[in-house]
Design a protein around this ligand. Structure first.
Ligand SMILES: NC(=O)C1=CN([C@@H]2O[C@H](COP(=O)(O)OP(=O)(O)OC[C@H]3O[C@@H](n4cnc5c(N)ncnc54)[C@H](O)[C@@H]3O)[C@@H](O)[C@H]2O)C=CC1
Ligand SMILES: NCC(=O)COP(=O)(O)O
Length: 326
């Protein structure tokens, strides 16, 4: 795993181009990345260093934002995604995956996409990068983790309507999620004996069956079986009491049952430093924790911290995996 991090441009009408320029100014050639996208979408006045070989990214980063040119049908209007750009946004992600799978990039980092714009403009069938990357990689099970210095969280079900969560939540899904999370804490975060806290689904973790039975019928028996295998698991715990400071000190990651149960605490505690990581892929993928922020696009208001952390995390994970490879 060598080379730069491949940074997919994401939605060009969002804050992605601004974040790429700001991240380059912060990281320079120390932690090189190569932006896959249209250089004309970068903020006016941004120095650009176009390259055709990702291996030249570190050197190019001394002159400007290293860019592997991927032309879009036209200019981007900040704040207004255009249907004619949707397919190109998707193609850029696929190109990034090719780079990382062919060994030309050490990891993939993705700037945010506007999911509805891709659906409307190109019939995109996936609710997010996570599911699209799993399909491109041919991986049946991937796990979304959001990590910051304050907290690591994993939603077991991801981008589905809340009404579908109870049906989607199976012992098999939860077991795979726990195993993949456990393995990632060891391999990517250097935690030899990971402690995982598992949320219940219902208020008060079901209150002994009075407020729902998923804890009794599904979550607790699975945790019991996995504890017998040696996993260090707490739970099922009431989700409303597992994120205060003392509780957070007792685990290395919180596995939650649905998207907002996991993402609200981390975005509340650490919005500017959260990194979204897809676990279970045959390559490394990170992303900032936020979206396209259309309301501030093109106004030089975007905070690049989460993007910078995502690029740093991609490098750190790449180095850790390279060191572990015989
Ligand atoms: N990885 C990805 O591709 C992600 C994509 N999205 C997509 O982004 C679109 C917009 O989603 P929203 O729910 O509005 O979330 P959002 O994160 O784009 O914006 C929420 C609020 O936070 C602010 N904000 C976000 N990032 C910021 C930054 N770096 N600096 C300063 N302020 C920032 C925005 O201005 C807005 O007020 C949706 O289509 C969503 O699906 C959302 C999350 C991740
Ligand atoms: N809320 C997280 C999110 O939507 C990120 O999704 P993805 O594009 O990384 O799958």
């Amino acid at each position: 795993m060598t080379g730069p991090v491949a940074l997919c441009c994401g939605e060009p009408a969002g804050i992605g181009p601004e974040l790429a320029a700001k991240a380059w100014r912060a990281l320079g050639s120390d932690l090189p990345f190569v932006l896959i996208g249209d250089p004309s979408h970068l903020p006016p006045g941004t120095p650009v260093a176009e390259i055709t070989d990702p291996a030249l990214a570190a050197d190019a980063a001394r002159r400007g934002v290293p860019v592997l040119r991927h032309d879009f049908p036209g200019p981007a209007t900040p704040g207004t995604p255009e249907p004619r750009h949707a397919q190109t946004v998707i193609d850029v992600i696929a190109r990034g995956v090719d780079l990382v799978r062919s060994g030309q990039a050490r990891a993939l980092c993705t700037a945010p996409i506007h999911k509805k714009a891709l659906q409307d403009g190109a019939g995109f069938r996936y609710p997010g990068h996570t599911e699209y990357l799993a399909a491109l990689a041919g991986t049946a099970r991937v796990v979304m983790m959001l990590a910051s210095p304050a907290l690591r969280v994993v939603p077991t079900t991801i981008h589905i309507p809340l009404a579908q969560v109870p049906r989607a939540l199976t012992a098999e899904l939860l077991q795979d999620t726990l195993r993949i999370t456990h393995q990632a804490l060891i391999r990517d975060f250097g935690i030899p004996r990971p402690r995982i806290a598992v949320a219940g689904l219902n208020p008060h973790a079901g209150e002994g069956g009075a407020m729902g039975r998923e804890e009794i019928d599904l979550i607790a028996p699975l945790l019991e079986r996995m504890r017998a295998e040696g996993f260090d698991l707490q739970g099922p715990i009431s989700a409303d009491t597992m994120f205060h400071e003392r509780a957070r000190a007792t685990y290395d990651a919180a596995v939650c049952m649905y998207h907002d149960q996991a993402l609200i605490p981390i975005k509340t505690l650490d919005f500017d430093r959260g990194v979204n990581i897809t676990l279970g892929l045959p390559f490394i993928r990170t992303s900032p924790d936020h979206g396209t922020a259309m309301d501030i696009a093109g106004r030089d208001l975007a905070n690049p911290s989460s993007m910078i952390e995502a690029l740093k995390m991609a490098h750190t994970m790449g180095a850790a995996r390279a060191a572990a490879t015989p």
